[in-house]
Design a protein around this ligand. Structure first.
Ligand SMILES: [Zn+2]
Length: 115
C-alpha cells in the first residue's frame, strides 16, 4: 500500500500519512452514488478498494483523488508487429508496410518510385 493523492496539476504525490484524507473520502463516499456497491464506511474498506487499482474522491475538486500507487499497473502498450523494408532495411510497423515489385518496403521507399 502506497497512498498517493492527486495534485491540482494532475501529478500524483506520495502521501502515506494522510489518513485524514481517507476519512474525508469516507465522508464523501456516504453521499456519492455508486452503482454496484455500497458506500464505504471504514478506512479498511477504502484501503481495500484502493488496492484494486481504483481511485476515490476525498473532496469536490476534480483532482481531489486518492489511489494506491502499488495497485497501479503500468499501462500495457500493444505489441506492434514490425517488418524490415526490403530496400533500405528500416524497421517499420507492418501496417505501414507497402507491397512493391521488390518486396515489402517502407512508405519512403515506396514513394521513391525511381527504382
Ligand atoms: Zn525503405
Amino acid at each position: 500500500m502506497r497512498l498517493q493523492r492527486k495534485l491540482s496539476n494532475g501529478d500524483w504525490h506520495d502521501d502515506p500519512d494522510r489518513m485524514d484524507l481517507v476519512d474525508k473520502a469516507i465522508e464523501i463516499d456516504a453521499w456519492l452514488a455508486h452503482p454496484g456497491r455500497a458506500p464505504m464506511t471504514t478506512r479498511d474498506e477504502v484501503l481495500a478498494y484502493l488496492a484494486t487499482g481504483q481511485t476515490i474522491h476525498h473532496g469536490t475538486d476534480w483532482y481531489a483523488e486518492l489511489r494506491d500507487a502499488d495497485a497501479i499497473r503500468p499501462v500495457q502498450r500493444p505489441v506492434v508487429e514490425r517488418v524490415i523494408c526490403s530496400r533500405c532495411g528500416a524497421s517499420i510497423p507492418r501496417v505501414l508496410a507497402m507491397s512493391s515489385s521488390s518486396g515489402t518496403v517502407c512508405p519512403d521507399c515506396y514513394d521513391d518510385a525511381s527504382y
